[in-house]
Design a protein around this ligand. Structure first.
Ligand SMILES: *[C@@H]1O[C@H](CO)[C@@H](O)[C@H](O)[C@H]1NC(C)=O
Ligand SMILES: *[C@@H]1O[C@H](CO)[C@@H](O)[C@H](O)[C@H]1NC(C)=O
Length: 193
């Protein structure tokens, strides 16, 4: 597909999503994790699973083997960073579906705006839990009063202790972030590497 055609299709997907979302409202605005530092968040993360509205990041729909690699922007001293989202389409040897998000406007530490393409609205991007080998990232965007969000459970390794996953999910839910009461979906990380 040519890039303008590609963008048209993406725009259409966004529009359909917006129209098919039924509830109104605004995004929850959680605080970043206690003791958060950029340095502890930078680097490669494996997505263990997520809770996501249908309109959340359309390009992640078919993803397996999902990773996020967060790096400070070269020369930036204001917290600007990039988040390289990489995954495989439907199966571990499927095509790469990569998208680089720009993290800007950091403040407080651990809370950014994330944008993917010039024509898509930026979303709030907050690290609500952060430990040596786990993180929880919450992103949320509201367009015309329609809320789309995603809770990502991340790990430094492709697997995570199930007790820890459950604990992290409970915390996010108790913070009121699962607005639509959606189910957690495990991300396939088996046979990827
Ligand atoms: C997608 O990202 C992965 C991980 O960063 C990289 O290994 C791969 O070459 C990228 N593929 C494409 C087509 O951009
Ligand atoms: C997972 O974590 C829990 C709580 O920290 C611990 O009790 C349990 O032994 C761990 N399970 C494995 C398989 O490591």
């Amino acid at each position: 597909m040519s890039s303008s055609r590609y963008q048209m299709v993406l725009g259409l997907v966004l529009l359909v999503t917006a129209v098919s979302s039924v509830h109104g409202g605004s995004c929850p605005s959680p605080s970043p994790a206690k003791g958060y530092t950029d340095k502890a968040y930078y680097g490669l993360w494996y997505e263990i699973g997520k809770i996501q509205t249908a309109g959340g990041a359309y390009f992640e729909k078919d993803c397996v083997c999902t990773t996020i690699n967060v790096k400070p922007k070269k020369g930036a001293n204001n917290g600007d960073a990039t988040a390289v989202n990489s995954c495989r389409k439907l199966k571990p040897n499927g095509d790469f579906l990569n998208a680089t998000g720009s993290l800007t406007n950091e403040g407080p530490k651990g809370k950014w705006k994330e944008g993917f393409f010039w024509f898509t609205p930026k979303v709030d991007y907050t690290i609500i839990e952060l430990g040596p080998d786990f993180a929880v990232e919450f992103d949320c965007g509201s367009t015309f009063g329609l809320v789309n969000y995603c809770i990502h459970i991340l790990s430094r390794t492709p697997t995570q202790n199930k007790t820890l996953t459950t604990t992290l999910l409970k915390k996010a839910i108790n913070m009121g972030l699962n607005v639509d009461n959606l189910d957690f979906k495990q991300t396939l990380q088996d046979g990827c590497w």
